[in-house]
Design a protein around this ligand. Structure first.
Ligand SMILES: [Zn+2]
Ligand SMILES: [Zn+2]
Length: 363
């Protein structure tokens, strides 16, 4: 069997939108597809796959029937799905069913070994809770993928890595009492959405120790982000020994993103995916499902996602082809962030060290 990488795309992704002045613009997904096509990346191993809408039965393993009906109704009538930033509009329901369906198809394809890796740029909707929308997220496709892997394939050890600039609060809440490993690196603070994600939120009962938060200050750059990643995420994955890695690859920590005040560049994102991709081959036979997420500078998002897809499809991280996609500038580092991040790394290490031991015993 070849080393295949799937790219999921459907024009219904464009229906998942909240109006022309809203920061979330699904056109970035089409822009990524167009960029990869113009680079000539797709061939017999790297394929574009057309997804189907998610089955309601599967969606109901995560969301309540009442909430699903409410989304369907409101998307016909108009109205707000949450307290303000996630308005319903015609087509949103269909768009959401397709965004989740693409993650579901991608998860099944990876689980069956039809391809090693898959990317659904319309997925990664990590703020959605079982009975409510939040932060531009209607249905939590990450949680749906986990339920499919558990129920249809009997996969027990599932790791969810979330490197969006915002805390993966919906995902955390859904698996808080279960031994699914959920790790989120994010900007943290009371005034920054969603406000949760402190390092002491480690999971409870069966889930105790399986939720790891790495709360970061604003201004974190590639170097600091990767330092946190190497110190915590890599040892956690090596201890947990997942059967599959799901990666929420929101890129709104990019330095030009209008919402987050972080300082990552496309080079940091390339290194991040390069390491995770290698770990997937090392630990779980390459089973690696990548999902989208935040990304509000559309051009930076298009470039970061295209570079990421090239890397998981086997193009070397230093390939000259990628040069024109990378940022041409580097932001100046924010010195004030350095000591804060070093403290956070120590704190999270201490908090999760005994837990890491527990994860190791469990394996
Ligand atoms: Zn985000
Ligand atoms: Zn690979």
């Amino acid at each position: 069997m070849g080393r295949k990488t799937a790219f999921l795309y459907h024009d219904d992704f464009l229906k998942y939108q909240f109006g022309e002045n809203h920061p979330f613009q699904p056109i970035r997904e089409k822009m990524t597809l167009d960029t990869l096509q113009s680079l000539g990346v797709f061939d017999e191993d790297n394929v574009v796959m057309t997804p189907r809408q998610v089955d309601l039965d599967i969606l109901m393993t995560v969301h309540s029937e009442g909430y699903i009906e409410q989304v369907e109704e409101l998307s016909k009538l108009g109205g707000l799905l949450d307290r303000g930033d996630t308005p319903a509009s015609p087509g949103l329901y269909e768009g959401a069913l397709m965004a989740v369906g693409a993650t579901a198809d991608a998860a099944r394809g990876v689980a069956r070994g039809e391809f090693d890796h898959a990317f659904n740029s319309a997925g990664g909707l990590h703020h959605a809770f079982p009975d409510r929308a939040a932060g531009f997220c209607v249905f939590n496709d990450i949680a749906v993928a986990v339920r499919i892997l558990q129920k249809e394939f009997g996969i027990g050890r599932i790791a969810v890595i979330d490197t969006d600039a915002h805390h993966g609060d919906g995902t955390q809440s859904i698996f808080y009492y279960e031994d699914v490993l959920t790790i989120s690196l994010h900007r943290y603070g009371r005034a920054f959405f969603p406000g949760s994600g402190d390092s002491n939120e480690i999971g409870e009962m069966e889930g105790s120790g399986y939720n790891i938060n790495i709360p970061l200050p604003h201004g974190v750059d590639d170097d600091l982000f990767l330092r946190a990643y190497n110190s915590i995420v890599i040892p956690a994955l090596q201890a947990y020994l997942p059967d599959i890695i799901i990666h929420q690859f929101g890129v709104d920590g990019h330095y030009t993103d209008p919402l987050t005040d972080m300082k990552l560049t496309t080079r940091g994102y390339a290194e991040l995916v390069n390491r995770t991709h290698e770990l997937a081959h090392e630990l779980c036979g390459g089973k690696y499902l990548v999902l989208g997420g935040g990304g509000y500078d559309l051009d930076a998002t298009r470039r970061a996602w295209s570079i990421m897809y090239c890397i998981i499809s086997g193009i070397s991280v230093d390939d000259p082809q990628l040069r024109e996609l990378h940022d041409q500038k580097t932001p100046s580092p924010d010195e004030a962030a350095i000591p804060i991040v070093l403290d956070v790394i120590e704190e999270v290490k201490q908090q999760s060290l005994s837990n890491l031991e527990k994860l190791r015993h469990h394996a």
